[in-house]
Design a binder for this molecule. Structure first.
Ligand code: NAG
Ligand code: NAG
Ligand code: NAG
Ligand code: NAG
Length: 383
């Protein structure tokens, strides 16, 4: 039987429309009602500050005009991520004053590691809230927040709705301190390098546990080039430098970590087909700030903006915000003149300007595997 001419046209038009519809669906922006973040100081919005002592002025001065629990002069990448979805900046889970968790919670604390740390604050350098603990806190957060919701109006407004957990974006930025702890714990570069598979396995195990609690959209940052940061230069002054002035071997270990992480994310994608995993190459974007700063509007990327002493304006004994006696007078270690063109804020952490630059680059998807923009990180494009 033959279709009349007009029907053929109709069918073609219809199938064209259907095709457009599914394309539109696949490219529709995600409607994340909440963000749950896990990590270290790269994404801590006040956790360590609430648990122990907060950073002093001039931390926070660029955007918040006061210390805001963040290790930067202003906002972090996670703040720009939240803002891009018109969600409020994330409250730290550990913050008991003025926090609101309606649209997510931040379990990251500065100095957190993936694996259990060997020394913790105040007797050592690392946070007790390492990734396994952050997972335990999230587990409790889910059940307790739902109990609190049932108490009614005022309480319900401070916690997520039940279905937010499945619809939320889950973000991760952790690993730098596992490598740093290895380097400062008398392990050789090769020995630290050899610990990478175990570290990444612990990471992956936590992601699986978080998935089992209902999480589906994962946005995973790799680790940055820690060999470009002043705290590494100070500890390892003899380290061989590359053309950007970064400590080569330390960055190679970071790259080895990233390769392992990327492979393990690929494995998670296979093991957990209902979830969407985006691996984000933060390393390359951060490294470009050191290798071609002028191109991106930055200067003196290796030199610390808020620090004290030496070639890199950094000393681990006299940190940003500290007071130091010099030549008989008290000097407060304050900000450089133009943090807006600087990369390294305090020797370990990035300026708000650098964080904004990194966010602008990664949100496009150009540094992601698969290469989909942040706004579409809920869509499964790999199968
Ligand atoms: C590293 O070695 C030095 C000298 O051998 C020692 O003084 C220091 O306590 C060691 N540090 C750690 C974290 O083991
Ligand atoms: C780290 O280990 C990997 C795999 O064994 C090796 O290919 C790489 O060269 C090592 N890197 C360093 C800096 O030791
Ligand atoms: C202390 O005085 C010396 C000599 O006048 C000077 O070179 C140095 O920069 C001063 N240090 C500080 C921190 O002002
Ligand atoms: C070094 O840090 C001090 C604060 O102690 C700051 O005033 C100065 O501008 C910094 N130097 C550079 C080159 O950024």
């Amino acid at each position: 039987m033959e279709f009349p001419e007009t029907n053929n046209k109709l069918i073609t038009t219809l199938s064209f429309l259907l095709c457009m519809l599914s394309l539109t669906y696949a490219s529709k922006n995600c409607d994340f009602p909440a963000i749950f973040n896990f990590g270290d100081s790269n994404s801590d919005t006040g956790g360590l500050a609430a648990a122990f002592s907060p950073p002093n002025s001039p931390f926070g001065e660029t955007f918040f005009h006061m210390p805001a629990g963040r290790y930067s002069d202003g906002r972090l990448i996670i703040d720009f991520i939240a803002k891009s979805f018109s969600l409020p900046y994330l409250s730290a889970y550990l913050n008991s004053l003025g926090a609101n968790f309606k649209h997510g919670a931040n379990f990251a604390t500065a100095a957190s590691t993936i694996q259990i740390p060997t020394s913790i604050v105040p007797n050592g350098g690392y946070s007790p809230f390492y990734l396994d603990v952050q997972y335990e806190q999230f587990l409790q957060f889910i059940s307790r927040s739902q109990i609190i919701r049932e108490k009614g109006a005022m309480f319900a407004e401070s916690v997520p709705e039940r279905d937010y957990f499945e619809k939320a974006l889950y973000t991760f930025d952790i690993g730098q301190n596992d490598l740093g702890a290895g380097f400062s714990g008398n392990l050789s570069v090769e020995e630290v390098n050899a610990t990478v598979p175990d570290i990444v396995n612990s990471f992956s195990a936590n992601v699986k546990k978080i998935y089992n609690l209902g999480a589906r959209s994962f946005w995973i940052h790799n680790t940055g080039p820690l060999g470009c940061l002043a705290y590494i230069f100070e500890s390892f002054p003899l380290a061989e430098k590359d053309s950007a002035g970064c400590a080569k071997a330390y960055n190679e270990v970071a790259q080895h970590f990233n390769l392992n992480l990327k492979e393990s994310v690929a494995q998670l994608r296979k093991d957990l087909p209902l979830a969407v995993f985006t691996y984000v190459d933060i390393y390359s974007v951060k490294y470009s700030l050191f290798s071609e700063p002028e191109k991106h509007g930055f200067e003196l990327p290796l030199v610390v903006c808020c620090g004290y002493g030496g070639k890199y304006n950094f000393s681990s004994n006299v940190r940003c915000g500290d007071t130091v006696a010099a030549n008989g007078t008290q000097i407060v270690v304050g900000s450089c003149d133009r943090p807006s063109v600087r990369v390294n804020w305090d020797g370990v952490h990035y300026t708000e300007a650098a964080n904004k630059f990194i966010f602008d680059q990664i949100s496009t998807g150009a540094f992601s595997d698969p290469p989909i923009p942040l706004k579409m990180a809920c869509h499964n494009t790999t199968h």
